[in-house]
Design a protein around this ligand. Sequence first.
Ligand SMILES: [Zn+2]
Length: 565
Amino acid sequence: MPISTALPTSPDDLRDATWEDLAPLYDALAAAPIEGDGQAWLARWSALQELVEEAASLAMIAYTCDTADAAKEAANLRWSSEIFPQVIEQHVRLAQRLVDSGLEPPGMSMVLREFRADIAIFREENTALFTRIEELVAGYQKVTGGMSVAWDGRTLTIPQLQPFLKEGDRAVRERAFRAGAGAYLAEREQLATLFDEMHALRQAVARNAGFANHMEWAFAAKHRFDYTPADCARFHDAVATTVTPVVARLMAHRRERLGLDVLRPWDTLVQLEAREPVRPFADVDGLVGPAQRIFDRLDPELGARFREMSEAGLLDLASRPGKAPGGYCTNLPWRKQPFIFMNAVGVPDDVNTLIHEAGHCFHDFAANRLPWIWQRSAGHEAAELASMSMELLVTPHLVQPTGYYTPAQARAVEIEQLEDVLTSLCHIASVDDFQQWIYSSDAGQDAAARDAAWLDIRSRYEAGVDWSGLERERVSRWYRQLHIFELPFYYIEYGIAQLGALQLWRDAARDPAGTLGRYRAFQALGGTRPLPELYAAAGARLIFDREGMAELVGLVEARLDALRA
Ligand SMILES: [Zn+2]
């Protein structure tokens, strides 16, 4: 690409771009006067950002769909490790210019609040620390990605053990549980050493920017303007007092149904309701067809958007050799369409994943109508409200002929989903509580103290399972939680969003059309309002308190009782 200040005409023109190609485009913006109301300058920056972000997304999509291709791997790495750190620096530089101009273009007040926070925490000396942290993150991914276990003459990855935890044969479940935990325990020293250095670097990043510890820094960096660490502590307390007792009853029910004296950790996932494994679809058409009917029935606009993705080739759903694991939705901000990637193999989890990612896509479609790119994203608390609500709002439509399941299967799937909602809240509280402890106590630097703290914290939220003699296996769970290593403090958002989604689920039972209308109104706001107002547009509030949590958890337990009756 020649050095020029004209913007490329499409992200495809940036496929082979290096930072040297992009730097002049940012330099031109930094030098251009911000004239009049600033909107022309802002439009140019937004357009550049759309092109750059879409080019980076396309590189990631190309790589994750074909990980064996070395050129695609190199291109993706160039975008993520060479270009993006520079883009972030330019972001702060241009944000500073806009803030200094004193202008406040319409609809930009929330964005400017975020820009000011980004400027306030930016320290040039932290760039080298982030580079080192990324190397350590890559080290964690290498160790955990390379884990495998010998299983009946085969070599399995840790995720491939998951189906065996649902087996009817208790000995098989126990063997799968011990194999998975054992793989992490074998690497415990190495992972703890990686974490020691990550911890020191993250505390240093925070102190360089004038914060007491990494928790305080993370709240600023994540733009958490509307809740505090103390609110999160209230959330933990509310889970321990309102959710944990209900989970204890679920586990007691499970123990009785399984005819056991004590429930061990390998007994928590086995299906109680369905004798045969539920197979909702056989191929991609069998996954997409019912989803299309469900969205058409839920709302014609959502149905039209899903059809648009289908027809534009923006769904890559089937598992195949060479694809990266997992699933995601990524926005393509220049063409203003999202893309879904997943590895469907024909199980109910695949249905949940597609519906969840579609919820993110509907949010992207709605927010992509806003003029500037920064207005269109609203943080994980709002993003996950869109996706987790969709998972619950489709429940009445999952039965055939619209959906995937016979009535008996739909019942089994709904029970499993609601149980998962409750146990997840306990997990979220323990992960967040643990991270608060790690970064606000000096003992967080000590590997043995961390493991002891995890056991202590975990036992506040987890109930009804006998872990005696399995303390080391219980400790291994936190080493498995990649967020703690890779994305510190990114976890409470799931809990906040889950409680938001439960409020929409509650409201949809008596007013489905009104609830869906509020859901869509919330999505159209993107990130242009404070978080509590976004939730309010959806008819929900941020819940950290016992009363709010108790009401919703009570409704879930009542629904579970009705389904089991
Ligand atoms: Zn999500």
